[in-house]
Design a protein around this ligand. Structure first.
Ligand SMILES: Cc1cc2nc3c(=O)[nH]c(=O)nc-3n(C[C@H](O)[C@H](O)[C@H](O)COP(=O)(O)OP(=O)(O)OC[C@H]3O[C@@H](n4cnc5c(N)ncnc54)[C@H](O)[C@@H]3O)c2cc1C
Length: 299
């Protein structure tokens, strides 16, 4: 949840009117309010700029109608950054505006998914039925929400990497402990290279991926471009932990398959983060685009 606050609080801090930021940010930091990001819809995920949820201006308010799905913390969030179409579908990304929407509105209905992992945060859908949002709740500029606010995802992608790497690191520590106490064929199993080498490789991969995440955050702190590095963090840093945690589970033998150990939970949790906040394929398209421009983009 703290990671979620860090990810989404940064967006509010940068783009919300001061009185809205002053209301929500201290609560999020204190752990008293949760902010969701509502981008994905039933028919658009990777192709997010094609989203359909409609926001129609009526005087000093916008009226929101439509559905968001696969939203982390949908059931318990207090507020959401909702991406909605204010322009035409042909405007694509340039017709999308971001809104800060308090979710304690009876015209917003929520559902909760029964997921493989990340049960503490959870996912669900948000249904908007004539939901009025004050115009002052627009984040960034009208029609530029997608372009401006989505840049905050570069920050979240490095944090997601570190979150997954922490789960891998803990699993490796536990696996070292397990293999240096468990015996087979009259020896500690840590003496078999087939057991110790995957863990030694895991230590190497964790260090390398962690440095990539730190470098990305450092570039951001320096105000330097870091979109390609953030995309590298997002596809690689969750994939490496999934493979590492898998190996750690196997190093525990039959015990690893039990819910008595937390390893299986970490495996399920990091799997979700290979999809959430943009899939691996999409991150590789971003890297190619950053290196060679539109020639690296398939659409
Ligand atoms: C744990 C979790 C948490 C999430 N949290 C949030 C959240 O808080 N807020 C939110 O808005 N969304 C959230 N999502 C949704 C997530 O962002 C989307 O699932 C993701 O962007 C992929 O969209 P999709 O599921 O529609 O897949 P699709 O876009 O239908 O893609 C399906 C497959 O096709 C591949 N694909 C699609 N286009 C291309 C292409 N051009 N080239 C190559 N491959 C391609 C994808 O990589 C994927 O493997 C979450 C998802 C998960 C699993």
């Amino acid at each position: 949840m703290q990671i979620l606050a860090g990810l989404n609080g940064g967006i509010i801090e940068k783009f919300a009117a001061p009185h809205l930021a002053n209301k929500w940010i201290p609560k999020m930091i204190a752990g008293e309010a949760i902010c969701a990001i509502a981008l994905t819809e039933p028919s658009t995920g990777s192709d997010a700029a094609n989203l359909k949820l409609k926001a129609q201006r009526k005087g000093n308010v916008y009226v929101l109608n439509g559905e968001k799905t696969s939203i982390s913390a949908a059931a318990q969030a207090d507020v959401a950054v909702v991406f909605a179409r204010t322009g035409s579908v042909e405007d694509k990304a340039r017709g999308v505006t971001a809104f800060l929407v308090p979710l304690d509105n009876p015209k917003i209905k929520r559902t909760h998914f029964d997921d493989l992992g990340e049960s503490v945060v959870g996912r669900g859908s948000l249904f908007f039925d004539d939901v009025e949002v004050p115009a002052e709740n627009v984040l960034g500029e009208e029609g530029l929400g997608f372009i401006q606010v989505m840049q905050g995802f570069d920050y979240s992608r490095a944090l997601i990497g570190l979150e997954c790497l922490a789960a891998a690191k803990k699993s490796v520590e536990e696996a070292w402990e397990q293999v240096s106490t468990r015996e087979a064929f009259g020896k500690k199993i840590s003496k078999f290279e087939g057991v110790s080498f995957p863990l030694a490789e895991a230590e190497t991969f964790i260090e390398a991926a962690k440095l990539l995440c730190y470098k990305t955050l450092w570039l951001r702190d320096q105000g330097k471009p870091h979109t390609a590095e953030a995309a590298m963090c997002k596809w690689w840093a969750p994939k490496v932990p999934f493979e590492i945690i898998h190996n750690c589970l196997l190093a525990h033998g039959h015990g690893g398959y039990s819910k008595d150990y937390p390893i299986q939970q970490r495996l399920r949790d990091v799997l979700g983060l290979q999809i959430g906040y943009g899939t691996s394929q999409i991150q590789k398209i971003i890297i190619a685009r950053e290196k060679i421009g539109r020639d690296g983009v398939p659409y």
